[in-house]
Write a protein that binds this ligand. Sequence first.
Ligand code: GDP
Ligand code: MG
Length: 700
Amino acid sequence: MSIQNINVALIGNPNTGKTSVFNQLTGLKQQVGNYPGITVEKKLGFCKLTNTIKANILDLPGTYSLNASSIDENVVIELLLNKNDKLFPDVAVVITDVENLKRNLLLFTQIKDLEIPTILVINMADRMKPKGISLNISHLEEQLKTKVVLVSTRKGYGIDELKNQIVDYKSLSTEPCLNASSIDEEYFDKLRKAFPNQLLYKLWLVITQDVNFLNLERNEIRNSFTKSHSDLKRLQQKETIKRYQFINDTLKVGQTIDTTNATDLRSKLDKVLTHKIFGYAIFFGILLLIFQSIFDWSSYPMDFIDTTFADLANFAKKHLPSGEFTNLISEGIIPGIGGIVIFIPQIAFLFMFISVLEESGYMSRVVFLMDKIMRRYGLSGKSVVPLISGTACAIPAIMSARNIENWKERLITILVTPFITCSARLPVYAILISLIIPNKRLFGLFSLQGGTLMILYLLGFGMAIFSAFILNKILKVTTKSYFVVEMPNYKLPLFKNVAINVIEKTKSFVFGAGKIILAISIILWFLGSHGPEKDFKNAEKTVIENAKSEGKTLGKNQLENEVSTYKLENSYIGKIGKSIEPVIRPLGYDWKIGIAVVTSFAAREVFVGTLATIYSVGNNNDDSTIKNKMQADVHADGTKIFNFATGVSLLLFYAFAMQCASTLAITKKETNSWKWPLIQLSFMSGFAYITALIAYQLLK
Ligand code: GDP
Ligand code: MG
């Protein structure tokens, strides 16, 4: 009697229990580990199935899909494409984890499409009851065109049934799950015509993957059918979406998860954390704590950085020979670098908290909780983090949008985040509100000024959501999002992972956006401290002469202030401020405000400082002085400049306008093109201009 040898390949995502099944089938002991990719090479074992059939069992490295990105995945693809390999499987056993069925089935459908006889093992069946999972096996078998075997290697059942199915492998269907040509009809039609005897999906893998395919000259296929890298990526994404749609449809009937029946601690925690009321309450409680801490903790290092760089600038000014070069260093480069470094504490703290939340598994629950609401506006559950982080600063917020996989959702999040009221707007709001809103309480309780501030916050948030809604309608990016509801286990965050994440994000900010911020600071410095020769050369003399002719004598401080004001007024920025007066006049602004608007493009809070300089209070940081001077200032016709209408118009302008070069820099970095920051700039500033215009014209 001859003995038949068959090849069985165990394939599956990492940690689904391949090695455990392998051990049970072969009886060979080997390391069972909990990290992805522990089985780096193929492992071979033997199993006598019947008296006449012996199986070579191959334990392959864990892989998520056939869209290979790692060596581990390549091992699997090379084997499956190479019919001449002596280990080419007669039957592929795809091992899945019942708790992660949706994600695991992606790989299964791909293997199926290679038309190899395939058995689906749903492992960890012992977890079904505690998780409240039930399966409709016959529905799954019918839809997936396969045999399904429920296994628990821990409890030791299902292995015998698996052996029987392997013996019976000739009766397995080799029908594919997905019709490959549905990925892109035109492209696949051409492929089919060129290679009529080849399996379409195989050809597709040869084109997209860096693997050898012995039956055909790979270069022949590649050369005539290759597409640009981005086209291939787009097609791959389309394939993934189609597969998930198919899997979603299959699981709708094939799987029910009733968490009310779940009994383990994790499920209980999940129930509370994703609860319709408690879930939100807990989330907002945690947020409050985080933001409190970010503000509290970063204020010390930020103050320290602020004074250190100011000292450094003074030091440079004092000790370097006076001249243009020293000015560049002390007024341009040092403050410019300071303007980058000052963001580091907030970025570091924010990402520390975010990675702790992510590592612990909590973030997935929040994303799950928020996803439905956010999706209505073209955002993702994951947009919650950037939107909320935006209240501190748009820069770390935009960076935190990186973990949104869907490009369109990520882009929309990046574009609308700067509408959220960031902390740099606060000093601007504070001074304007105190100028135009009476310090009164409504019903003795509700502060009018506080209320105005709150309205401004709500406006920012509302505008972000509204523009997301609009962008969702007009953006022609058709990457539909598939949401894989899959939550990792709770675990204690690893310090090392958190630290690496924080360092990586900080570095990427400093070396990415930092360069642009520095360049813009230097340009603004130059424009602010240089002007046409004739006005600039004799600034001091002119100021003294003017004072004389008005019959005033100036003290030393006063003279300095008057000179710096005169210089700013006659600098290029001053000229710009004056030249844009016709444009901003309809908003109720004069050239002084114009200069402040232009300079505060470096950062919004510069608005107050610029006005302080213009109103000659110099380094005297007493708000009431600026305030009084601003309040007293009049137009040529005697009307007050900072009246209610102008104030409201300015508040709206600062709420909506893209007055932040650093944000534009980070948008450029994250979207890798100038297109999006420019769109952001023109849309936000255009909108700001129009609302400010309407407000002023209605109120004046
Ligand atoms: P591989 O990465 O696919 O080779 O998976 P392993 O065989 O290394 O198993 C990954 C983890 O899942 C290990 O911690 C196993 O103990 C666990 N595991 C494997 N099978 C079962 C099962 O049937 N039930 C449960 N509860 N855990 C299992
Ligand atoms: Mg393994």
